[in-house]
Design a protein around this ligand. Structure first.
Ligand SMILES: Cc1cc2nc3c(=O)[nH]c(=O)nc-3n(C[C@H](O)[C@H](O)[C@H](O)COP(=O)(O)OP(=O)(O)OC[C@H]3O[C@@H](n4cnc5c(N)ncnc54)[C@H](O)[C@@H]3O)c2cc1C
Length: 378
């Protein structure tokens, strides 16, 4: 089998790459060991969010969010422009909300500050004591596994070959080898294995970062926006300890999706009940009525974390056929579409919409897993 592009991994990133490449007229094969969209993509929250951790993170999230808006997904993908409400618990966090508002406004992102009473009227189930918040209006939510499948099916209609149910043994030197030794040869290979990227390329600076999510029974109207505590930014940055943050999403079914936790060094899928308890207690502090809801399911998933919190998008060192599209940590649903566009721009020689340099894997050329550990300690 010979193709222009061979993709290993059928999560949201692999499926987005398949569609973007097929749209360019490339012949494409995508290999996935389980079902499409079953990895972190099925475990994630599906918050399509613009982030301001760095200019590079902003550029990637904002560009990708605009691509999501333009995608015209079917109703089953549950894409809703719900907006994000960043919650300030006290006056110090309200100052952080004000800085965020200035930063976003300067970059053309529609957002507005809310006082404590305005916050309460937007979300009556929030606690009375909160100082206020920032509403970022163009953020959205999506149901990621259905969105991934939709992208893959669109690619298939354009001729892409989807090979599902067989693990990839190796990716490199112009060839993806499946577990039955089938060889998929391609001029360009994309490694999009998410948190499993190091299974086939152990030297990549990617680590699993486990997360827990809980979903409730149906309570239509209980919550209207994606709600995230501003303290989330601290917890997302804490690499030394396990952390939890208040992060709640309304699903179009009326269900409430409650997150989230972050853990390194926990590489099995079991539920950590102590951490789950902390996560739910945090949710009840911000939204006391959550304590009365019926929780129907809990699961875990793995984010693919890099040392500098930016993904690896671009040519792999030492293999001219291999391209990387992994390391998206907690933003891979949001940034999947921009990832695919950056790779396609590189494949076609067209000018990319945003600068690709911050995401190039070459930045870790001298980094090894050992160096990764040292960086984490700094
Ligand atoms: C709890 C949690 C909440 C999150 N919330 C959000 C959010 O709100 N917004 C957001 O933008 N992101 C969020 N994320 C992050 C997001 O889910 C991931 O960044 C994204 O799904 C990564 O997609 P991917 O395609 O790279 O990886 P995956 O979805 O993991 O896809 C990789 C695929 O490779 C396959 N695979 C692995 N090994 C092999 C092999 N050897 N052979 C063949 N196939 C293989 C897997 O089965 C999988 O389907 C969250 C993640 C978690 C865990």
């Amino acid at each position: 089998m010979h193709f222009d592009v061979g993709i290993a991994g059928g999560g949201i990133v692999g499926c987005a790459c398949a569609l973007a490449c097929a749209k360019q007229g490339f012949s494409v094969a995508l290999a996935e060991r389980d079902v499409l969209g079953s990895g972190a993509t099925a475990a994630g929250m599906g918050h399509i969010v613009v982030m301001d951790d760095s200019e590079a993170q902003f550029a990637l999230t904002r560009f990708s969010q605009q691509l999501w808006h333009a995608l015209d997904l079917p109703a089953s993908a549950e894409y809703v422009q719900a907006g994000t409400l960043w919650i300030a618990a006290d006056s110090e966090e309200m100052e952080a909300a004000e800085r965020k508002q200035l930063w976003y406004s300067a970059r053309g992102v529609p957002c507005r500050l809310l006082s404590g009473s305005q916050l309460k009227s937007e979300e009556p189930n929030l606690a009375d004591s909160l100082a206020g918040g920032l509403l970022v209006e163009e953020d959205a939510v999506v149901y990621p596994p259905v969105a991934a499948l939709e992208l893959a099916r669109r690619a298939e209609k354009l001729g892409a070959r989807l090979i599902v149910g067989q693990a990839v043994k190796s990716v490199g030197n112009g060839c993806i080898v499946l577990e039955d030794n089938t060889e998929i040869r391609a001029n360009r290979l994309i490694q999009a294995l998410g948190a499993y990227a190091t299974d086939v390329l152990p030297e990549l600076p990617v680590r699993k970062r486990k997360g827990h999510l809980v979903i409730t029974d149906r309570y239509p109207g209980f919550v209207h926006h994606q709600l995230v505590e501003l303290g989330y930014l601290k917890s997302a940055h804490s690499s030394a300890t396990d952390s939890v943050a208040f992060n709640v999403q309304p699903r179009p079914t009326g269900q409430v999706l409650i997150g989230s936790s972050r853990q390194y060094g926990a590489d099995d899928t079991t539920i950590d009940h102590e951490l789950l308890g902390r996560m739910l207690n945090r949710a009840v502090i911000y939204m006391p009525a959550i304590g009365d809801l019926n929780l129907i399911r809990v699961w875990t998933g793995f984010r693919a974390a890099t040392p500098d919190k930016l993904p690896l998008i671009g040519p792999a060192p030492r293999d001219s056929t291999l391209w990387l599209a992994t390391g998206h940590e907690g933003l891979g649903i949001t940034t999947s579409l921009a990832t695919a566009e950056l790779l396609v721009a590189a494949f076609t020689g067209k000018a990319p919409t945003i600068a690709p340099e911050p995401y190039l894997p070459m930045r870790f050329e001298r980094a090894t897993t050992q160096a990764y550990a040292t960086r984490e300690e700094l």
